[in-house]
Each structure stands twice: as structure tokens, then as C-alpha cells.
Design a protein around this ligand. Structure first.
Ligand code: SF4
Length: 313
């Protein structure tokens, strides 16, 4: 959540709609709106005084303020690039497309025939091993390269004139990348072949074979309840925080609704009356519950949310 607030502020800053003098006011307005959205889910109300629950809230806010204060005061245009124009101007959070590729870089700046593409991250940008930096995260490098590829193909710009940057707004770390012509072409061919593989599986109805479940990959995937690979993974996954596989649970009536308890000690609380028959129907079998809210105090305790759903295994 803090990440999306910082992103929003940086986006406004890139459009020159916020500067050092209006930062406080804009930050508060963005935070209040984000907080309002967050508390639409009644189970999130346990995190009242949200600022105190967000790790490094004050530090990250101050870093964002400093970053914005450092930006030059010149007003940049926020217009879409047209082939043939190579003057200085920028576009922030605009969708870019080429054939089957699409992306939304945080910032694109055109200066004297060169294109500078920047993507901001609010968390670590490096992979580390034994305390040593191994390089920028593979998925971030691929994301940057794809943005560069779209611009290169769409605008016909030479590879050497596309400068890609990844910036960690929390730590201030910046990584720059350029790619060669053949690296872009190789990436384009690779992406094309990946899409062909996916299409082939979709055509033959074997798309379940494509699943490669894991916590970061699946966390925001809306297909979790119908993905058989994910279901298999979930049965043995102890690191999951939003979905749960349960077997032979007890159903107890409590003041805030029903509570499901497993022998291993996991519990799902606040189950509403409206779904209780469905729950009873599954009690002696394995079943999955999706979109729970995990307790901050006890990782084995979950709350039923209005997005939660139960499926037989
Ligand atoms: S839930 Fe299935 S489809 Fe979704 S990301 Fe995970 S493996 Fe892929």
C-alpha cells in the first residue's frame, strides 16, 4: 500500500503536479484516499491508525519528499512522442504498445534524440546471495528491456540511444542499462515464441501445464481458484498468506460468527452465516478457502473477508 502511495506521488511529480511546496498536502490527500479504500474491507479495521502499521512509513515518506525536492523546477510537457520529433519532453505513466507488447513505464523522457526510460520501485531491486549483490532482479531487467524494445520498435530508435533506469526510491539506488540491437531482437524473438507456446496450449486445452506456482507469482493472480497446479502447490505450501487448504476442520460458533479450526492449529474466524451450509458440506473432506486476511499477530489465524470463497478439493 505504501508502495502505491509513493508511486502515485512520483507519478504526479513527473507530471509536475506536485513539488516540494505542495508535497505535504498531496501526500496527505493520497494517503487519506488509499486509507479509505483499504478500510472498505471491514476486516482491515484491525489496522486502525494505519500509519503505525506500515513499515518505515516516516522514513519512506521523507525519502520521497527529498527526492521530489531534488527535481529541477522546469516544467516538462506531458505529451505523447511523435516520430521525427526529438526535442525535450516527457510522458509519465502512459501506456506504450507495439504489436502484442504493452507496458506502462513510470517515466519516459526524450532529450536530444535519446530516450530515457525510468521505472521506480519501492522495494529492493537487487537479488542477493550470502549478503552480496548478484545483480538486478531478473524480472525487473526483463521489464526494462521490454519497455526499451517497445520504444525501439515503435519509434525506430537505435538501441544505443535508449537508456533504461531502475530506481529504488527507498534506498536511492539507481541502475542503468542499455542493450545492443541483437539483444533487443533476441528478446523480441523470445517473447514471440513464449506467446506462441501459450497460444498452442490454449488451443489444445492443455493450458494447466503452463502453471508454475509460487508465492510472488500467484499472489495477485485472479485464476488461483481454478488453477489446478496452484491447488497442488497450496496443499503443501506453508508460506501462503491469503489462501488455505484445510482437512477435517472443526466448526465452532463464536460471537463474531463461525470459526473453522484444524488439528494443526490454523483457524479461520468471522465466517458469516450466509456460507455456513457450504462450509458444513465440506467439513469431512479437504477444501480450499481463497482470499483470506491473515492476522498480523498470529500467522496461523485468518479472517474471512467479503472476497473469500470456499471450494471442495
Ligand atoms: S495461480 Fe496458476 S495461473 Fe495464476 S500465476 Fe499461479 S500458476 Fe499461474
Amino acid at each position: 500500500m505504501l508502495g502505491s502511495i509513493i508511486h502515485k506521488i512520483l507519478e504526479l511529480s513527473n507530471k509536475r503536479e506536485v513539488d516540494a511546496s505542495t508535497f505535504e498536502e498531496q501526500w496527505e490527500a493520497t494517503f487519506v484516499q488509499a486509507e479509505k479504500d483499504y478500510f472498505k474491507n471491514p476486516y482491515n479495521k484491525q489496522f486502525a491508525n494505519l500509519k503505525y502499521w506500515l513499515p518505515f512509513y516516516s522514513v519512506k515518506k521523507e525519502i520521497t519528499r527529498l527526492r521530489i525536492a531534488k527535481l529541477p523546477a522546469t516544467k516538462l510537457n506531458n505529451q505523447v512522442f511523435h516520430t521525427g520529433k526529438h526535442n525535450s519532453y516527457s510522458q509519465a505513466e502512459e501506456s506504450i504498445n507495439y504489436q502484442f507488447l504493452t507496458g506502462v513505464p513510470d517515466l519516459i523522457e526524450y532529450k536530444k534524440g535519446k530516450v530515457y526510460i525510468t521505472d521506480y520501485k519501492t522495494g529492493p531491486i537487487y537479488t542477493c546471495k550470502n549478503g552480496k549483490i548478484k545483480g538486478i532482479k531478473r524480472e525487473y531487467e526483463e521489464q526494462l528491456k521490454t519497455y526499451g524494445l517497445i520504444i525501439k520498435k515503435r519509434e525506430g530508435i537505435k538501441a544505443e540511444n535508449i537508456i533504461l533506469s531502475l530506481e529504488n526510491v527507498s534506498s536511492g539506488e539507481i541502475e542503468k542499462r542499455t542493450f545492443k540491437e541483437d539483444e533487443y531482437e533476441g528478446h523480441f524473438a523470445d517473447l514471440k515464441s513464449r506467446i506462441e507456446v501459450v497460444n498452442r496450449h490454449v488451443d489444445t486445452g492443455t493450458h494447466q501445464a503452463l502453471g508454475n506456482p509460487g508465492t510472488p507469482a500467484c499472489k495477485n493472480c485472479q485464476f488461483r481458484p481454478i488453477c489446478s497446479k496452484y491447488a497442488v502447490w497450496l496443499k503443501t505450501s506453508l508460506e501462503n498468506s491469503i489462501d488455505l487448504y484445510m482437512e477435517y476442520a472443526d466448526l465452532l460458533q463464536q460471537s463474531g460468527g463461525y470459526c473453522l479450526k484444524t488439528r494443526e492449529g490454523s483457524a479461520v474466524m468471522n465466517i458469516p452465516n450466509s456460507v455456513i451450509n457450504q462450509v458444513k458440506d465440506c467439513l469431512n473432506e479437504g477444501f480450499f478457502i481463497y482470499n483470506l486476511s491473515q492476522s498480523k499477530n498470529d500467522p496461523k489465524h485468518y479472517y474471512w473477508t467479503r472476497y473469500s470463497a470456499l471450494y471442495k478439493a
